[in-house]
Ligand binder design. Structure first.
Ligand SMILES: [Fe+2]
Ligand SMILES: [Fe+2]
Length: 191
């Protein structure tokens, strides 16, 4: 078995003009890609160690670096605005609440996945001894992501244009791009 070549790294950056919705959907596409890669990795047999290490490291990078930014986009930039705009008790409001609750369950599983991937990144030869744990956590994560991504794409994200004002969407745009700016290096002024 050979891994499908990973097209590009899981990126924490975004094109400068990407809208909030485009950024959210792009991350969903990446999450589906890296879930598939994690499943392939868990079942991998007779794969060169270097490929195992590369695949594990890219899964680690996505779920360890990119997903937290995406969740911050949803919890802080999107949910708080929807919470203020939506009447309580409605379908969309309930879906938004569920979205945030599901992030906690996802994070618990991701916290199990990351050390497995980190271990394989360093010692790919350990795959046979930890593959059963990788299969277990990947299946659980896959199940919750299937429901979670669908809920967001069909109910929560459409509320962006339906319930938020253009000025609020612009604020989201700035927040989400700012979140991905590299930390500014400290500038020492010489006097
Ligand atoms: Fe989410
Ligand atoms: Fe999402």
């Amino acid at each position: 078995m050979r891994f499908v070549r990973i097209s590009g790294n899981s990126s924490t950056s975004a094109s400068a003009s990407a809208t909030p919705l485009e950024m959210l959907l792009d991350c969903h596409a990446r999450t589906r890609h890296f879930m598939q890669l994690s499943r392939t990795l868990a079942d991998a047999k007779s794969v060169p160690h270097q490929e195992i290490a590369e695949a594990a490291t890219s899964v680690l990078r996505h779920f360890g670096n990119t997903l937290p930014l995406h969740e911050a986009d949803e919890n802080e930039s999107l949910f708080l605005r929807l919470q203020a705009a939506l009447p309580p008790g409605g379908l969309v409001r309930e879906a938004a609440d569920t979205m945030v609750e599901q992030h906690n369950a996802i994070n618990e599983l991701v916290n199990e996945l990351l050390p497995l991937c980190a271990s394989l990144g360093r010692q790919p030869g350990r795959l046979p001894s930890i593959s059963h744990r990788l299969v277990h956590v990947t299946q659980a994560l896959n199940q919750i992501f299937a429901a979670h991504l669908c809920l967001e794409e069909t109910v929560v994200f459409p509320a962006i244009t339906e319930w938020l004002a253009p000025a609020q969407i612009k604020e989201m745009f700035h927040e989400m791009h700012e979140r991905r700016r590299p930390a500014r290096s400290t500038i020492h002024l010489i006097q």
